[in-house]
Ligand binder design. Structure first.
Ligand SMILES: [Zn+2]
Length: 350
């Protein structure tokens, strides 16, 4: 393969607008064809015209949505559930308004990698309802379960790659006859992931510290039995955090060999950027689904009317791009990220 083709393939594979170089060739051990691995190389700055056109703001708020189950009629929806049709309506609106799904992991780690001008959205589903992930009697995916709706939407919108985390209790999507097939599914892809929501959904404020640790660890064991992983993201049952929650989490051995990577609240507004001083990975607010006040559509409207409040990507995962007026809100950022602070004329402060 010549150099030009390698470059072109690298571009196709990553879809990035920045430039690339092909790494050195890997010598074949036998008669298999030479493999070339291309690593993306990102620009170390951003064009003034892009700053003016897209107004990237990686200090803006992030939409993290909390859903629970799917229901048959709108009358049954409330703040936690959607009909399959209305879940599709949510995805459609988010896609139309420039949102791109991002995993909870990438959000928490500040490794959001989406095109310039786009905004991240994080999808979470609590309680492991059967209709989150369900197969029909013939073994095909139920098009009206959550994964079915996301997959159908993805097929029509290839730029909306599903990134969804399901926060489970003891039940694994209803524990039906397809449990093993579902476990295999989670181990065969990276778009859908499992999170911890305690084994029994107790209110953490009403039980002892030892019991809090025990019910998180119990669920951790289950998750480990499905995926082999001992780390997990966590959703607090009812959003009720005990007074000393952060203190406990800071203890080295609180969860034994298990490690909590983030902790999600219930309600009510967009969460801070992972680069914001106010960001706390153990206290991430989620917007409830729905169309009433302080629910998803309410916040999407506000973020449309106030784009300056919204996280807008610079399209380059190695840069953190921030308008001057928000620079003072910046937390200390990871040393392999480069900070770009720009003024209203698109001039970068060196
Ligand atoms: Zn719950």
């Amino acid at each position: 393969m010549n150099h030009f083709i390698a470059l072109f393939l690298a571009f196709l594979l990553t879809g990035q607008s920045t430039y690339f170089v092909a790494s050195s060739q890997v010598a074949p051990l036998d008669n298999t064809p030479t493999i070339e691995v291309a690593e993306p190389v990102y620009a170390d700055t951003i064009e003034q015209q892009d700053l003016l056109n897209y107004q990237p703001n990686e200090m803006g708020g992030v939409v993290v949505i909390m859903y629970h189950n799917l229901v048959e009629t709108e009358a049954k929806e409330g703040a936690y559930a959607r009909t399959p049709q209305n879940l599709k309506k949510d995805l459609t609106r988010l896609w139309q308004e420039g949102y791109v799904p991002v995993s909870i992991d990438d959000y928490v780690n500040g490794t959001i990698d989406i095109p310039i001008g786009k905004s991240p959205v994080v999808f979470t589903f609590d309680d492991g309802y059967q209709n989150n992930f369900q197969f029909l009697a013939d073994g095909t995916l139920d098009p009206d379960c959550v994964i079915g709706v996301f997959e159908a939407f993805y097929e029509e919108h290839p730029d909306f790659v599903p990134k969804v985390t399901f926060y489970l209790n003891k039940s694994f999507f209803g524990d039906d006859e397809f449990t093993q097939k579902k476990i295999d599914f989670f181990n065969g892809q990276q778009n859908y992931t499992l999170g911890n929501h305690t084994i029994d959904h107790s209110n953490l404020r009403k039980i002892s510290k030892d019991k809090v640790a025990a019910i998180i660890i119990e669920e951790g064991k289950l998750l480990e039995s499905y995926t082999g992983q001992t780390t997990f993201h966590f959703a607090v049952p009812f959003g009720e955090k005990p007074k000393k929650y952060f203190e406990w989490l800071a203890e080295d051995n609180f969860l034994g060999k298990y490690k909590m990577l983030s902790s999600l609240n219930v309600g009510w507004n967009p969460a801070p950027s992972p680069y914001d001083k106010d960001f706390n990975k153990y206290s991430i607010n989620r917007i409830t689904c729905g169309e009433d006040d302080f629910e998803l559509f309410y916040w999407l409207e506000i973020l449309n009317n106030h784009p300056e409040k919204r996280y807008i990507s610079d399209g380059n995962p190695t840069l953190v791009t921030v308008p001057q007026r928000y620079a003072e809100k910046l937390a200390e950022i990871n040393s392999d990220l480069k900070l770009i602070v720009y003024d209203e004329s698109g001039v970068i402060n060196e």
